[in-house]
Design a protein around this ligand. Sequence first.
Ligand SMILES: Nc1ncnc2c1ncn2[C@@H]1O[C@H](COP(=O)(O)OP(=O)(O)O)[C@@H](O)[C@H]1O
Ligand SMILES: [Mg+2]
Length: 357
Amino acid sequence: MAGKRLKVGILFGGRSAEHEVSVVSAQAVMAALDADRFQTVPIGVTRQGTWLTPADSERALTSIRLEKFSALEEPLGEGILHRTKALGALRRLDAVFPLIHGTNGEDGTLQGFLELAGVPYVGAGVAASALGMDKALQKTIFRQHGFPMPEDVVVLASRWRDDPAAVSREVEAAIPYPSFVKPANSGSSIGTSKARSREDLDEALEEAFRYDRKALVEVAVEGRQVEVAVLGNDEPEASPPGEITFEGEFYDYRAKYDDPSTQLHIPADIPPQAAEEARAMALAAYKAIDCAGLARVDFFFTPQEHLILNEVNTIPGFTPMSMYPKLWEHAGLPYRDLITRLIELALERHEEKRRCV
Ligand SMILES: Nc1ncnc2c1ncn2[C@@H]1O[C@H](COP(=O)(O)OP(=O)(O)O)[C@@H](O)[C@H]1O
Ligand SMILES: [Mg+2]
């Protein structure tokens, strides 16, 4: 690696509700990246899904002030990186750091495109990304491993449309109120609501189906929200847990991105034994869906001091103020070194895959 700087593509923006967060993450990663070893090539994706050329992406990033949440503007004719050219552009890179959350970023589709381009990329592969995104499939696998999780039922939009009364009855028979209703594939708490009655349930399902054809109805868990950062490929490491506190009934979109009373506590103030258990379960969950690179594993910690597994996020918030980098910083790995490590892990994994015929 000595001498030659590696060209690292930073893919950011995208169609999800976390578009602006992704822009901030990209700016921060580009500013922090070790310039002696890496050269960055930004590739922005607008809210409409249009890919921008590196030159236009660079321009867009410099015109957006750090920390001020802004979206990328849709280009007018010029500045568009067409998909056929995108494949060629990706092939010229030594590695890619996908920082796009949600649909077409975190769900395996982008990872598939990067596989086709044959370029090493940071984070989970196609299958782990898809499983990380789909809460229903993820839970099927986690259940096989015996992780404690809230009971749930999965509802398809087509069945709901056919016979809503029957579906509500079935859901009520399986899941007592209060319950949580959420789209299987979503994030940032978009489309998620708490239901206390049949009326709430029906409304919540309608809302969830705006975002996905599949919804989960889960038993509501009472507990503090504890999160663990995992880093590595086949032999991952887990950070000590952190905790998030917020005002309001649950950790909704506003609490996540637009509420100054939301706070991160690092490390989480939980008994040492529970912290160890959270780390062990985070590693086991990570391995269960065959993650690579990084993931944040989220739990509920109940008043009875039990840990309940909530979900795995394969592209967690990555601004310097986000839980994932903060947890590693606290564990002795600063932001810049964390990014370097993630790129090295991407190269290692790519190399390992290349060895197979
Ligand atoms: N079963 C549940 N019990 C209690 N709170 C829940 C439950 N499911 C979701 N929540 C609340 O909703 C938030 C978002 O749900 P989550 O499943 O983490 O989806 P997302 O991918 O949108 O983060 C959680 O952080 C939590 O505050
Ligand atoms: Mg979550």
